[in-house]
Design a protein around this ligand. Structure first.
Ligand SMILES: Cc1cc2nc3c(=O)[nH]c(=O)nc-3n(C[C@H](O)[C@H](O)[C@H](O)COP(=O)(O)O)c2cc1C
Length: 432
């Protein structure tokens, strides 16, 4: 079901660049500070525009070329983990409390020392100039307008310094472990100098997932768009289109070191004072190892279903990880399938300190540049505040496990016996 979109940024395509220095006018209800509850107020003041995050998806699809669309939407293998991420949220039931003062619902939080207006942030995604000519600078402007954290991908198509110059909110830099360690060390130095506040090492991609859509399309990064923070010589294969192969898979095999182990983390830690966050943890065992090896935070993520097809839905892995490291005080972030403030609420209730949006931010960027990014983040934050109000949880500490029930999912976790199997089939039938 698609909600009617009365006024959309139809005319603002990638061609209509948002001025880099402007604070974007949002098409959605972006907020500059912690959102307040007032559902009535929200209805009265909402400007016409996308009503749901998926409205931005529709706009983006109309704007993007099929290959880029496939690159954004696609996952690994059968894409069952992509689907699982979404279906998991359909198994969540919220447990509302009533007669609680919800006249002001505060979405403000703090992460690794930085205050944030919203716990909804931007996941690292590569090559934003595929979506909008201003690329990551537009994303930084949009995130700043929403008071959100922005994790910049090492495959950003604008320089770390250009992005930092426009960012109004905290930036973290995501890294893959490159074979050429001197390149990695150089990135860490530049990020530190430019004011990035944490390093996020993605640990679920020793090889690229087998993304059939990209392979069929012979997808390669078009000339004119590149990972400008890396040596062009290191990036050549990412631009070489070859029928039946993803250039990104070829490039990853060349550039990323698949031999890295826990012991190597000490090397990264020794390069910088910045906190180190590990992204792509899905088990209690790895969460414990992460803390033992000095991780300052963890991101529960299956890379949006783009890596190991058959990995659990991120939401199904969340409580296990939180339980394993919560006592150690290690903040756990979450991504994978979040498409509304109610989804964000569910992940926060299961123990996430923040949730990151991957594809939705790209939809906003493609739809309307910085304003679209701010719109997506603002909409998610407003919906979160609304859910907090109706669930009787006016501040994030009150969004705890008592606020949700997550029913068991299909074929996730250890075998549970026949009763579980029946419930699983029901859940699939009602999936999204
Ligand atoms: C087009 C695209 C590019 C991505 N690039 C990166 C990347 O460069 N580094 C990274 O750690 N994760 C990357 N991811 C994964 C996201 O950080 C995130 O884990 C995932 O998108 C979350 O799921 P969601 O898209 O359902 O929100 C990418 C995801 C997409 C869709």
């Amino acid at each position: 079901m698609t909600a009617p979109v009365t006024t959309t940024p139809e005319t603002a395509g990638p061609e209509t660049a948002v001025p880099e220095t402007a604070v974007p006018e949002t098409t959605g209800p972006a907020t500059a500070g912690p959102a307040t509850a007032g559902p009535e107020t929200a209805v009265l003041t909402a400007t016409p525009g996308p009503l749901r995050i998926e409205d931005y998806q529709d706009l983006a699809q109309r704007r993007l070329d099929d290959q880029v669309w496939d690159f954004v939407e696609g996952g690994a293998g059968t894409e069952r983990t992509v689907d699982a991420n979404r279906c998991a949220f359909a198994r969540v039931t919220l447990r509302p409390r009533v007669l609680v003062d919800v006249s002001a619902c505060d979405t403000g939080t703090e992460l690794l020392g930085a205050p944030l207006a919203t716990p909804v942030g931007v996941a690292p995604t590569a090559y934003h100039r595929l979506l909008h000519p201003d690329g990551e600078v537009a994303t930084a402007l949009g995130a700043g307008a929403a008071g959100a954290l922005y994790v910049v991908s090492v495959f950003a198509s604008r320089t770390l310094e250009e992005i930092a110059a426009e960012a109004a909110g905290p930036l973290w830099l995501q890294l893959y472990w490159l074979r050429r360690r001197e390149v990695l060390a150089g990135l860490v130095e530049r990020a530190t100098a430019a004011g990035y506040r944490a390093l996020v090492l993605t640990v679920d991609a020793p090889q690229l997932g087998r993304r059939h859509r990209d392979a069929r399309n012979g997808f390669a990064v078009p000339a004119g768009i590149s990972a400008v923070n890396l040596d062009p010589a290191l990036m050549a294969s990412a631009h070489r289109s070859d029928a039946g192969r993803s250039a990104l898979a070829v490039h990853t095999a060349e550039a990323v070191d698949p031999s890295v182990t826990w012991a190597d983390l000490a090397w990264l830690r020794a390069r910088s004072e910045l906190p180190v966050v590990l992204k792509g943890i899905l088990t209690a065992e790895d969460a414990v190892l992460a803390v033992q090896h000095g991780a300052d935070a963890i991101v529960v993520s299956n890379h949006g279903g783009r890596q190991l097809d058959g990995a659990p839905a991120s939401l199904d892995a969340l409580a296990e990880v939180v339980d394993a490291v919560g006592a150690a005080g290690c903040p756990v972030l979450f991504d994978g399938g979040v498409r509304s403030g109610a989804d964000a609420f569910a992940a926060l209730a299961l123990g996430a300190r923040a949730v990151l949006l991957g594809r939705p931010v790209l939809w906003g960027l493609a739809a309307d540049g910085a304003a679209g990014v701010a719109g997506v983040l603002g909409l998610a934050t407003e919906e979160l505040a609304h859910t907090m109000a109706l669930a009787g949880r006016p501040a994030l500490p009150a969004v705890d496990r008592s606020a949700v029930v997550l029913a068991p999912g299909p074929a996730q976790g250890p075998p549970q016996g026949p009763v579980h199997g029946t419930a699983q089939r029901t859940a699939v039938g009602t999936g999204l």
